[in-house]
Design a protein around this ligand. Sequence first.
Ligand code: ZN
Length: 303
Amino acid sequence: MLIASAGPSGLANAYDGPIIDMHVHAWPSGEDGGPDEPMNQQAIAAELAELKENNVVLAAVSGPQDFLAAWAAESPGGLLLGPIFPCIDGKNPVYFRHECFADGENFPDIEWLEAQYLSGNYAIMGELYNQYAGVPFDDPRMDPYYELAERLGIPVAFHTHSGPPLTAQQCCPAFRLSNGSPLLLENVLVKYPKLRAQIMHANPLVYPEVFDLLVQFPKVYVDISPWQMAYTRKKFHRLLKEYADAGMTGRIMFGSDGADYEKAIAAYTSADFLTDKQIDGIFCKNAERFLRKNGTCEAATKK
Ligand SMILES: [Zn+2]
């Protein structure tokens, strides 16, 4: 629900409803986030407190195995945990070259992973870092994981589009922009028709074909981080307007991807062409539908 009065920050529009955040990372939490960053329980507690302060009732959290365990230990609930892979030399791609899995492999052991889902330790798959690792979405090595996710009804989140500047030079030699088009998910979505896929960073200003995918595959949803922060407000509203014009705002799920909540939320609430219903959908109800967690948003509103 939108509240018209200016919030404490003076932002024109605030949102006081529940949020499902579909793009959170359990990373080393120190300032530099370097490879030797120690586990910092205090920082983890602070990040979890931030979720609570911003009325995040459910968060999809991906990260290295030991960090997911640390977050789970700190939080009594409200987290949907999922592994990040494929990895590079056993390490997490992108900023933090932290070991992905306790066994040092690039892909999680399939039996171990199934056990995590069955026990309720994990509930999602991804952010999948295929583009960073140079493993195409439809690489045969991915099949056992898609098969597992489809069989157990586990939502799968794919990193798409791009990465930080000089990713191939500074982080991930096999990273290619050309592996980031959402259209490259087509083979996977055809082969696994029941897969509940989330396209992360789905940006129709660069890849207009994302709408064709959404029409073709009704189970597919998107998040549009980090554009809410990476783009000017004006350009981000152009991106949102593309979704509105295509009749696709009902497929957008909010994802913070490390952004400041107040600013990230305002990027949406300031788009005056969106209705309250569309805003409620983006912040909570669309993800509730995608996750099949009916009642999550309503229960949080009534609290
Ligand atoms: Zn990503």
